[in-house]
Structures are given as structure tokens and as C-alpha cells.
Design a protein around this ligand. Structure first.
Ligand code: NCD
Ligand code: ZN
Length: 335
């Protein structure tokens, strides 16, 4: 059995920088036509020059692959219309992190004071720049995302022309919010469609399944699966593939992030097939993102075959999800 996907897009990807970028960038560039590149490197991407330089390093690392890095800027409440209009053509979105909520987010937003956010968010609305948000409060870990939903709704109401993407949603509360506001959209990862907190911490602790937001309950996962496999038009794939070196994962004080980029398409094929919805994978993996972001990525067709794929134990010093396991689908060819 074969499945061909046209122009697969990963609308939330951490490629990192320097040596790690040389491992991660070719892997994503091989099987995706484009990806939205997260700006939480050190230092964060928050100027035009930093964005252009980082894009250049990514393009160097992918070596002639037919792949578009769709660049993002790290949100600051100091951005204004002049600054953003000058770099508008270079960026696809701006990513907002609540301060200190996840990896390298220390310079993010504290409190969500509409007065303070008015200048940058009005400029983004006028320029048509989407706002991607890591929506978690600093409350109890299982409740952080649900507690953030009122903040999403406050922003969506105050800035009706602004496209707001709820990144890597993990709860039924976020799924329900999607249909209450015309300008709310969401990305969903493959790992949140597969695992719950039980897989992370229900038995022996699994550091390679630890990420933010943490995987939730089975009813949350079911709500995510329903909108993903049934092709809800406001939902698109974003892997949140977030590599860390093995030494930062297998230690006391495990870094948050799951590395899924090289196995994402085979895992999604298996999941959509299990729900008898393989025909809807094309819209989840590409069509919805093209519509939501109004982008035309380079043409690429990726053919998957239903044949065993042995996931490598590691890619350099990065351990992928499902390391050493055998998946049901593999990437057979890319054109
Ligand atoms: C991400 C990272 O490591 O950059 N980690 C994660 O667990 N997802 C940051 C993020 O998206 O939260
Ligand atoms: Zn992320």
C-alpha cells in the first residue's frame, strides 16, 4: 500500500543552531516542503539581521534540498508598526512565549496586559502577520493550558483581525475554543495524538517523552484525534520536534522536548490509517496550513509505503521518539 503526500508542512519546528542544526535541518528538509522555524535559539531571533542570519545558516545546512524555512520572530512588546513593516516580507509569523514557560523563553511576556500589547498586536493585525502562542500559564502543570484559554479568547476578541495560532494544543478545552472565535487556529503535534501522561510517567519515567505542554488525559487526546483525523479546517500539523542532546535528556533535570521530525510522517500515516482516515492526512499535513497562512511552498511529493521502518537508536547525539522500534510505514521516495 502507498500514500503520496503533496508539499508536507511542519508548522512548528525547532531546528536549533550550529552543530545540531547540521543534523536536524537535512532531516526535515528531506521529507517536508517547508516548516515554520521557532525563534527560541540563544540569543532569540528578535531583529531583522538575526532572522536573516539564522535563515542563511538553515539554508546552508540543508544543502540544495527543495525546502522553505518559514521564519518567525521572538515576540517583544516593544515591536511597532515601523519595525514590523520593514521586515514583513521576511517573516511568516511571530511567536509569543509567556516568560520562563519553556526552553529559552526567559525574555517572553509576563502578564497579558492588553494596553502593553496594543502597539505590536495592532501592527501585526494591519500587516497581516499571524501570532503563534505557546499557551500555558505558570499554574499546576496539568491545568496550565486550560487556564490559558481565557487569555486566548481575550486576545482573539480584542484583535479580531489578528490570526492567532494556539500552538501544540493538548486539551479538549483548547479544541472547544477553536470554534468560538473565527480568528483562532491550532497546531497539533504527532506525539500528543499518540501519548498521554501515562506513557510519560505512569510506569518507568520516559525522558524522551517529556515535553511542554506535557501530554494530558486520554479524553484530551481523543478530542485532538477527532479534529485532526476529521480534517477540521482550522487545525494543522506542527511537530514541535524539539531536539536536545542525550546528555540534557537523560539526566537529573531533563530538558523538555521530543524529537519527532524524522518519524512524523510514518507515525501520522499509521494513526490516520488506524482511524480509517488516510484520505484526510493531506489536508492536515499541508492544505490547511496553506490556507491559514496563505503560503505556497515549493512542490514536493513524498510517497510512503506500508513497510517496516526501523527507527534509528539516535541521530548524532539526539534520541528520537520510538528509538529502536519498528514503525508500520516508511518514506519510500521523495520527488
Ligand atoms: C521546546 C524546546 O525545547 O524548544 N520544548 C518543548 O518541550 N516543546 C519549546 C516549546 O515549544 O515549548
Ligand atoms: Zn515548540
Amino acid at each position: 500500500m502507498h500514500l503520496t503526500l503533496n508539499d508536507p508542512l511542519d508548522m512548528h519546528l525547532h531546528l536549533r543552531d550550529h552543530e545540531m542544526l547540521k543534523i536536524t535541518a537535512p532531516l526535515s528538509a528531506h521529507s517536508f516542503s517547508g516548516a515554520l522555524i521557532m525563534p527560541n535559539i540563544i540569543p532569540p531571533v528578535d531583529t531583522k539581521q538575526a532572522l536573516l542570519d539564522y535563515k542563511h545558516r538553515i539554508i546552508e545546512a540543508i544543502d540544495n534540498e527543495n525546502f522553505t524555512p518559514l521564519m518567525t520572530l521572538f515576540f517583544r512588546d516593544t515591536y511597532n508598526y515601523k519595525f514590523l513593516s520593514d521586515m514583513h516580507d521576511e517573516l511568516t509569523a511571530i511567536k509569543l512565549y509567556p516568560a520562563g514557560i519553556t526552553t529559552n523563553s526567559e525574555g517572553g511576556v509576563s502578564g497579558f496586559d492588553l494596553e502593553k500589547l496594543k502597539t505590536p498586536l495592532t501592527a501585526m493585525s494591519e500587516l497581516g502577520i499571524p501570532l503563534c502562542i505557546h499557551g500555558e500559564t505558570n499554574g499546576f502543570v496539568m491545568d496550565r493550558e486550560a487556564e490559558f484559554v481565557p487569555i486566548y479568547e481575550k486576545l482573539a476578541t480584542a484583535f479580531p483581525q489578528l490570526k492567532i495560532i494556539m500552538e501544540h494544543i493538548t486539551t479538549k478545552e483548547s479544541v472547544q475554543a477553536l470554534d468560538r472565535h473565527a480568528n483562532l487556529y491550532a497546531t497539533i503535534t504527532v506525539h500528543h495524538l499518540l501519548i498521554t501522561l501515562d506513557d510519560v510517567a505512569g510506569g518507568m519515567l520516559k525522558p524522551h517523552l517529556f515535553c511542554k505542554p506535557i501530554a494530558k488525559r486520554s479524553e484530551d487526546r481523543d478530542a485532538l484525534i477527532q479534529v485532526a483525523v476529521n480534517a477540521h479546517p482550522k487545525v494543522m500539523f506542527g511537530s514541535d520536534s524539539a531536539p536536545h542532546p542525550k546528555s540534557a535528556k537523560e539526566c537529573c533535570g531533563c530538558a523538555a522536548g521530543i524529537f519527532t521530525a524524522p518519524i512524523a510522517l510514518p507515525l501520522l500515516a499509521e494513526l490516520f490509517e488506524a482511524h480509517d482516515k488516510l484520505d484526510n492526512l493531506q489536508s492536515f499535513i499541508s492544505d490547511h496550513a496553506k490556507n491559514i497562512y496563505n503560503i505556497t511552498p515549493p512542490k514536493k511529493s513524498v510517497t510512503l509505503k506500508k513497510e517496516p521502518f526501523d527507527v534509528p537508536q539516535s541521530y548524532g547525539d539526539i534520541i528520537p521518539m520510538r528509538a529502536g522500534e519498528t514503525l508500520k510505514w516508511k518514506i519510500a521516495s521523495v520527488q
